[in-house]
Design a protein around this ligand. Structure first.
Ligand SMILES: Nc1ncnc2c1ncn2[C@@H]1O[C@H](COP(=O)(O)OP(=O)(O)OP(=O)(O)O)[C@@H](O)[C@H]1O
Ligand SMILES: [Mg+2]
Length: 216
């Protein structure tokens, strides 16, 4: 049987990576084989692209058009080399960000046509549509407080997106909420401003309900 495909989306610092890890643990405890991956990245090519996109590895300003297409390139590689083979082999896939990030960040955030971004996504993903997308929604300022704390603790600088203006991130947040309204069958919005354990419970209940599993 084909596996299920779950994506986590949301603004900076909403807790996607934290919750992706917890969700995979929980699925594993149910005896489900699960592949955890992330975007951009998840493949050798994708991780190199991630260095360019997040950490200015190429050392030159990126045009927004190039940025949009690099995300799509990383995604195209990930879908074909990791996601589709895993799903076809019966494993579940949990992906920390996916195509909706492009629509939210490059569409709503940068101001490209949302329909153009949806078209680029559909070219990249080859029909790999998530069964459920968890939108971890958080106030931009709260997300940034968490990121500052995390980056200070880890001794790392803010990345290219974390250095963008608050207004950019506010458009991204509102863009995600607009996408959740536009695709209500796939999206579930979760209030990610609560403590980690509460969000984790909501994530689990939501996944169980969306995918018709017993919430054990
Ligand atoms: N519900 C929560 N309440 C408080 N802090 C949290 C919560 N969830 C995660 N954190 C902490 O906030 C920071 C950001 O979380 P995390 O890295 O999971 O977010 P993210 O959405 O993956 O961020 P990014 O957009 O940078 O990838 C981490 O230090 C994490 O430990
Ligand atoms: Mg993360």
């Amino acid at each position: 049987m084909r596996g299920r495909f779950i994506t986590l989306e949301g603004p900076e610092g909403s807790g996607k990576s934290t919750q992706a890890a917890k969700l995979c643990e929980r699925l594993g405890e149910q005896g489900i084989e699960v592949v955890k991956t992330r975007e951009p990245g998840g493949t050798a090519t994708g991780e190199l692209i991630r260095e360019i996109l997040q950490h200015d590895r190429a050392g030159e300003p990126l045009f927004p058009e190039s940025e949009a297409l690099l995300f799509a390139a990383s995604r195209a590689q990930l879908v074909r080399s990791v996601i589709l083979p895993a799903l076809e082999g019966g494993a579940w896939v949990v992906c920390d960000r996916f195509a909706d990030s492009t629509t939210a960040y490059q569409g709503y955030g940068r101001g490209f046509s949302v329909d153009d971004m949806l078209n680029i996504n559909s070219f990249a993903v080859d029909g790999a549509q998530p069964d459920v997308t968890l939108l971890l929604d958080v106030d931009v300022a709260l997300g940034f407080d968490r990121i500052q704390k995390r980056n200070t603790e880890n001794g790392v600088e803010n990345d290219r997106f974390e250095r963008e203006a608050r207004e950019f991130h506010e458009r991204v947040r509102q863009g995600y909420l607009a996408l959740a309204k536009r695709f209500p069958d796939r999206f579930r919005v979760i209030d990610a401003s609560r403590d980690e354990g509460s969000v984790q419970c909501r994530v689990w209940e939501t996944v169980c309900r969306a995918l018709g599993m017993e919430a054990g």
